[in-house]
Design a protein around this ligand. Structure first.
Ligand code: GLV
Ligand code: GLV
Length: 326
């Protein structure tokens, strides 16, 4: 029975786990091309699946869940965020949804700091300047950036990644303030202070976003909230693009009401707002927060573990809709 289950994977993940799926499930359905399938292709691709291992660019909506069929048991997302999945619909249909928490926390927090440092110390501009052959000797006023030591870091969303981001600030002796629906004992222990969002935006020299995308966080950073930030402050977003109103962000950057932004995620991926791309005080990356060899391999293993657990009748370890497990 178990061996007959159909599992689908829409594009390559680290090879060892593709092979594991192939050997566990002889009816494994795999698209080996390195591109995302269109929604129409997906409708066809998932038909008859018991397990869907979904990539964060696969939009798993009610139509896809219906197209798979009533035998569908699990959607295992290859990501910690799962806003690409219609979780209400999956739950109603009794389909498990799982994610890959924990293993990508450090890689993502590292990348937040890489972006923060890159934009503050103008690394991308400096690289372009040097490659263009424009370096003609040390200069007192060349490519001046901002300091980090003793500054205030505002963490919006104090989950695993927000906490790891804050912990990495110790070397810079930063003051940490955070916004979260619940107190975070690790941050409190570090002397961090829980504040409301308005207070955080007014006080922070760096604002780093770590909330999941939900109805409550959709465009939580908008013209009004951006206007509270200091003109010398930087915004770092490694969460989801839609948490920020990108047009309002462009305006704030153009009008210099904030100093700069480091962005790994965008409102309408893979499109990046052309105005953002043209600005020197913005560093952009193509959603690679968790992109290390070790982390992506761990994420693949966890996603496959969840598929195997669900299809062999066990509770998937990373269930995000536990109400389905009865
Ligand atoms: C990446 O953005 C993830 O949610 O894992
Ligand atoms: C996600 O892993 C988070 O809790 O930040």
């Amino acid at each position: 029975m178990y061996k007959e289950k159909v599992v689908t994977l829409t594009r390559p993940i680290p090879q060892s786990q593709v092979e594991r799926l192939q050997s566990e499930f002889p009816n494994f359905k795999f698209n080996p091309e390195n591109r995302s399938l269109s929604h129409d292709e997906m409708l066809e691709f998932v038909r008859g699946a018991h397990g869907i291992l979904s990539i964060l660019t696969d939009r798993i909506d009610a139509e896809i869940i219906a197209a798979a069929g009533p035998q569908l048991k699990i959607i295992a997302n290859y990501a910690v965020g799962y806003d690409n999945i219609d979780i209400e619909c999956a739950t109603k249909q009794g389909v498990f949804v799982t994610n890959t928490p924990g293993v990508l926390t450090d890689a993502t927090a590292d990348f937040c700091w890489a972006l923060l440092l890159a934009v503050t110390r103008r690394i991308v501009e400096a690289d372009q300047f040097s490659r263009a052959g424009r370096f003609d000797g040390w200069a007192p006023l060349l490519l001046l950036g901002g300091d980090l030591m003793g500054k205030t870091l505002g963490i919006v969303g104090a989950g695993r990644i927000g906490t790891a981001m804050a912990m990495r600030s110790l070397g810079w002796k930063m003051r940490i303030i955070y916004y979260s629906n619940k107190a975070n004992p690790i941050l409190d222990e570090m002397g961090a202070v829980k504040v409301n969002l308005q207070h955080l935006l007014r006080e922070s020299d760096f604002v780093s976003l770590h909330v999941p995308l939900t109805r409550a966080t959709d465009k939580m950073i908008n013209a009004e909230t951006l206007s509270l930030m200091k003109p010398s402050a930087y915004l770092i977003n490694t969460s989801r693009g839609k948490v920020v109103d990108e047009k309002a962000l462009v305006q704030s950057l153009k009008n210099k009401t904030i100093a700069g932004a480091g962005l790994d995620v965008f409102e309408d991926e893979p499109t990046i707002n052309q105005d953002l791309i043209k600005m020197n005080n913005v560093v952009v990356a193509p959603h690679i927060g968790s992109a290390t060899i070790e982390t992506r391999t761990q994420m693949a293993k966890i996603a496959v573990d969840n598929v195997i657990a669900a299809l062999s009748g066990r509770r998937p370890p990373n269930l995000v809709n536990p109400e389905v497990w009865k």
